[in-house]
Design a protein around this ligand. Structure first.
Ligand SMILES: [Zn+2]
Ligand SMILES: [Zn+2]
Length: 313
C-alpha cells in the first residue's frame, strides 16, 4: 500500500439493508446485506456494526492482509439482529494473530458483553465468543467521547426502541456521522431510558433531544442516516423506530451536512424503489436551495473523503 493511499480516508459499504438480509436479483445495486461499513482513516480500521455485511468484509480483509495481523475496532450501535448477526461469521475473529476490539453501550436489559456473547452461545451458535482465536476485547462504552488511535469519536443516543447509539467519527479529512436507526423525534419519542412521559412532557423532551442531536451532527461532511420508509409508508410505521425520506433530508439540511447517504433500506424495497426514493430526496434537497448532495448507500460503493466523491466499486 502506498503512503498516498494510506493518507486517504475511505468508507466502504458492506451492508446497507435494514431489518433483515434480502439478497437476490431485485437488490443487486443497493445490496441485500445488513448494516456494515468499513472506515479506513488515519491508520485505523473502524468497522461500523456487524450485520451480515461483515462476512464479506472479513473475507476481503484476509485477502488484503494475507499473513499479516489485522487490528481493528468494531463499533456497535445497538443490539438488534441486523446490526450484530454477522459477527460469528467474521473470519478475522478466528485467527490468533488478529486483535479485535468491540465497542458499544449496554442495551435495554442486557450488558454490552451479553449483547455480543449471548447470541453465540448454544443452542444459537456452536462456537462461543470465548472460543474465538483472535485477541478479543469486548469494551463497554461509558463515555460519549473517546478515541480510536488518532480518530476521535463522539456518541449520542438516538430515537429507537431500546438503547441505540449514533456515532460521529472525526478523521483528518472530515467527519462522518452514522445514525443507521433513528426515528424523527417530532413524531414519536421512544422512552427506553425511563417510563413513557405525559404527552406534554414528551413534547418538551423531544424538542430538547432534537436540539442536542442537531448540535451533535452539525457540519458533518457525511451523514449516513436511517431513511427506511417513503413519507407515505412512514405514516403507518410511526413508532417503529425508523425515519423517512423527508425526515432524513430535513435533518441533513438543519445540521448543515455536505453529503447525505440514505441508509437502512427497507427489505421490501427493490432497487427501482430505492432509486425513486433517492430521486425524491434529491428533489427536496434541490428545492431547499442548498448544495446538499444526496445518494442512496450502495453495497460495494466507496466514499473517499478528500475528494468527497461517491464511486461505485
Ligand atoms: Zn436496524
Ligand atoms: Zn434497530
Amino acid at each position: 500500500m502506498s503512503s498516498a493511499s494510506e493518507s486517504l480516508v475511505r468508507l466502504k459499504f458492506w451492508g446497507t439493508r435494514g431489518s433483515i438480509a434480502v439478497p437476490g436479483p431485485e437488490t443487486l445495486r443497493y445490496g441485500g446485506n445488513t448494516t456494515c461499513i468499513e472506515v479506513r482513516a488515519d491508520g485505523e480500521i473502524i468497522v461500523l456494526d456487524a450485520g451480515s455485511g461483515i462476512r464479506p468484509l472479513g473475507v476481503a480483509l484476509q485477502k488484503e492482509f494475507q499473513s499479516r495481523p489485522i487490528r481493528l475496532s468494531l463499533l456497535i450501535t445497538h443490539a438488534h439482529w441486523d446490526h450484530i448477526q454477522g459477527f460469528p461469521f467474521f473470519k478475522p475473529a478466528y485467527d490468533s494473530q488478529n486483535e479485535i476490539r468491540v465497542l458499544g453501550f449496554d442495551g435495554a436489559g442486557a450488558t454490552f458483553r451479553e449483547i455480543m456473547t449471548e447470541p453465540m452461545k448454544s443452542p444459537f451458535f456452536p462456537i462461543t465468543m470465548r472460543e474465538l482465536s483472535a485477541r478479543m476485547d469486548i469494551h463497554k462504552l461509558t463515555e460519549m467521547k473517546f478515541s480510536l488511535g488518532k480518530v476521535d469519536v463522539h456518541a449520542a443516543f438516538v430515537n429507537h426502541p431500546g438503547v441505540c447509539a449514533g456515532y460521529r467519527i472525526f478523521t483528518s479529512a472530515g467527519s462522518v456521522a452514522f445514525l443507521p436507526d433513528h426515528e424523527p423525534y417530532e413524531f414519536f419519542l421512544h422512552s427506553a431510558r425511563g417510563k413513557q412521559p405525559s404527552p406534554e412532557r414528551a413534547k418538551e423532551i423531544a424538542a430538547d433531544e432534537q436540539t442536542a442531536l442537531l448540535q451533535f451532527l452539525r457540519g458533518s461532511d457525511v451523514l449516513i442516516v436511517d431513511s427506511q420508509y417513503t413519507d407515505q409508508e412512514y405514516k403507518t410505521h410511526i413508532g417503529w423506530g425508523h425515519g423517512s425520506i423527508s425526515s432524513a433530508v430535513t435533518l441533513a439540511l438543519e445540521a448543515e451536512i455536505q453529503t447525505l447517504l440514505l441508509f437502512h433500506h427497507d427489505p421490501s424495497h427493490n432497487d427501482e424503489m430505492v432509486d425513486t426514493m433517492v430521486e425524491s430526496a434529491r428533489e427536496l434537497a434541490m428545492n431547499s436551495g442548498t448544495h446538499l448532495e444526496v445518494a442512496g448507500a450502495q453495497q460495494g460503493s466507496e466514499i473517499v473523503l478528500e475528494a468527497k466523491k461517491i464511486a461505485a466499486a
